[in-house]
Design a protein around this ligand. Sequence first.
Ligand SMILES: O=C(O)CCC(=O)C(=O)O
Ligand SMILES: [Fe+2]
Length: 353
Amino acid sequence: MEIDPPLRQAYKDLLMHKKKNQPALPAAAAAAASEIVDECELPLIDLRPLILAGGSAEEREKCKTEMARASEEWGFFQVVNHGVSPEILDRMRREQVKAFKQPFDRKKEEDDKFSAGTYRWGTPTATCLNQLAWSEAFHIPMTDVVSSSSFDDVNGGGSFNSLRYVSVVLCFLLFSALHEGKSSFASRGGARIKWSRAGLYCIISVKKINIYIPMPPAAAVFGLMPHTDSDFLTILYQDDQVGGLQLVKDGKCFAVKPNPQALIVNIGDLFQAWSNGVYKSVEHRVVTNPHVERFSTAYFFCPSYDTEIESRCEPSIYRKFSFKEYRQQVQEDVGKLGRKVGLSRFTVNAIYS
Ligand SMILES: O=C(O)CCC(=O)C(=O)O
Ligand SMILES: [Fe+2]
């Protein structure tokens, strides 16, 4: 009874660089997954004054300013005292392990219970090795959680609500930091953000649980290929022991040091567009560990599909677009090109047709 999906079998040709009509992988791309990168500690923000009662107004302002600065400079930060109890996080992780340790056939059946595409493994659209994800994931849209009780707590209940709560709080604090001119963008005399009346009221967030299957670095395969997130904001609960998340800062790649107490927050493409490029949606990736599995949970905070993203800054970097349009474009690019092009398609002077 197999538990792991047949990754080696399915991607045998890619692994041997023998796919028909496929040029051999350039050395730089092959080296990317196994390159040595320096470790970094993400800006650490204590949310106690914001989430838990008792903080002074000054402390709350400081917290907000730190988050806005980290979103501008890093696009990533980590938060402690976030209000999600260790018991909830523990339970969520235990249930996650249980979900992935089911037989492969059973995992495939989850698609029948929920929307198609709930359970995913590898990257069916990959045309070269560095587009391949050596991992499995369950994508659970919020609507599935609301409408079903058959998938247990890993997909719903306490953990979903707690992560949603944190993401809503952080998102609105970051909105208001921009609005109040906390960012250096505004204090440098840049235009203010005028918020469009976007449909943030109807949120269709997605929770994704990942398992990264061990793979020797020599194989030069990513656990998750370099990407930016297509949402407003992501809350990430990473493995407390096994590192693997890497991000790009100032053109250089850094490995994020695991912090068992912290949740990681990262800015997504929609926030970058809405903030007219003030907050950065930075490229990140996951490298596999050669010996042990790594687990993570990502909570993607997305608006409803018809939400229009528009900064209304002058001059505006990005044209107005709906979340639906963005998602469709991403899917089209992944299908045709094997990779996401992302926000550069939506600049006012986009060169892509
Ligand atoms: O597993 C991680 O640390 C990152 C996951 C991630 O970036 C994603 O699912 O979009
Ligand atoms: Fe991501």
